[in-house]
Design a protein around this ligand. Structure first.
Ligand code: ADP
Ligand code: SF4
Ligand code: MG
Length: 327
């Protein structure tokens, strides 16, 4: 991997028995880059995040490579002992439900200090002071007092900020967030998103941000990967993809989002049909059974069109074709 590259995922296939869950997922993230992974529920976003964290469930079979800066070898092939050293240091995570990451019987300051002591040589006192400093960075009011609180004494938004403090404690190369603000109300959500951006920017960490919410991606990320049916169907700079989506799935997502409603004052449209269960997506283009532009050609797998895995789309009849010719 080049010096700037933090994460490189190549040809990632994940399956359970004969059911394919992820297909040929390929992307990379450089130092300091913030990349969004979007798609409807059931598209394969969380599985992709778990693969990157070496946290795939035991019953799934994974092929391909996941390479992380500072780690020798393919993450998919490392044993749990190696992975536990990497997690929290090279790569850290924030999930939707903060209580799954916190210990209900331990003070939050101690939990942050523990995370520091796990990967750093310092005294307990130093770790405690660093913990208070981290709680201050995630905007917990009166951080020294907050450090003595138990998780149940904090609000949902405060708990998620403690989880973020733990995730940032060892200056990870990569932070993976999976719907971290979905359970929070809108004003708290804005604060947490801002803290995530500030946290990774201050550390020059790479960010993989998973969400079904396009407006969140527009706020947080500079690049986006659009996932459907366990495949990346489109990728590119957020501004470009949102302004001029090419894949018909991306176009549908945008038309169904508040983002587009806000711009065009139109009524909420939805993508026709629903996401099939894993393994039940059509052959050829995975979006074929819901796409109003589908032709016979779409019964074969659309090739990737674009200069790199970071920019392009896989669609036979892309949107904005004429706009491109004319511009
Ligand atoms: N351990 C598993 N065994 C079988 N199917 C799974 C497993 N984990 C996830 N899936 C299926 O894989 C698909 C993608 O799941 P997921 O990555 O959680 O989607 P998303 O995060 O985009 O909502 C879903 O259909 C889900 O039911
Ligand atoms: S490849 Fe065909 S079915 Fe798939 S999104 Fe494009 S037009 Fe629709
Ligand atoms: Mg998910």
């Amino acid at each position: 991997m080049s010096g700037q590259r933090v994460l490189q995922v190549e040809g990632l296939d994940v399956s359970v028995g004969r059911r394919g869950l992820l297909h040929d997922v390929t992307f990379s993230i450089d130092r300091g880059e913030r990349v969004g992974l979007i798609g409807e529920s059931g598209s394969g976003k969380s599985l992709t995040g778990l693969a990157v964290l070496g946290l795939l469930p035991e019953d799934v079979h994974a092929r391909g490579t996941v390479a992380l800066a500072g780690v020798d070898g393919n993450l998919l092939e490392l044993d749990e002992r190696r992975l536990s050293h990497i997690r929290g240091r090279e790569v850290a995570m924030v999930f939707q439900e903060p209580m799954t990451a916190l210990n209900p019987t331990s003070r939050v300051g101690d939990q942050v200090a523990e995370a520091i002591l796990l990967h750093r040589r310092c005294s307990r006192g130093e770790a405690r002071r660093a913990a208070v400093e981290l709680l201050d960075q995630v905007a917990l009011p009166a951080p020294a007092e907050a450090a003595r609180a138990y998780p149940h004494q904090l609000s949902g938004g405060q708990r998620q900020r403690v989880v973020l403090a733990i995730a940032l404690a060892n200056d990870p190369e990569l932070l993976v967030c999976d719907e971290p603000t979905t359970a929070l109300d809108v004003t708290v959500q804005a604060l947490v998103l801002d803290l995530v951006v500030r946290g990774v920017t201050a550390r020059d960490s790479a960010l993989l941000f998973i969400t079904h919410d396009l407006s969140v991606v527009a706020t947080v990320c500079e690049r986006v990967l659009v996932m459907y049916g366990g495949r990346i169907v489109e990728a590119g700079p957020v501004e470009e993809v949102f302004r001029r989506p090419r894949h018909r799935y991306t176009q549908g997502l945008l038309e169904a989002s508040d983002l587009e409603q806000a711009q065009e004052h139109t009524r909420l449209r939805t993508i026709p049909g629903s996401v099939p269960p894993a393994g039940r997506f059509p052959a050829g283009c995975v979006f074929r059974n819901r796409c109003t532009h589908a032709t016979r050609e779409c019964e074969t797998l659309p090739p990737w069109t674009g200069p790199s895995p970071e920019q392009g789309y896989a669609c036979f009849h892309p949107a904005h074709e004429t706009a491109q010719v004319g511009s």
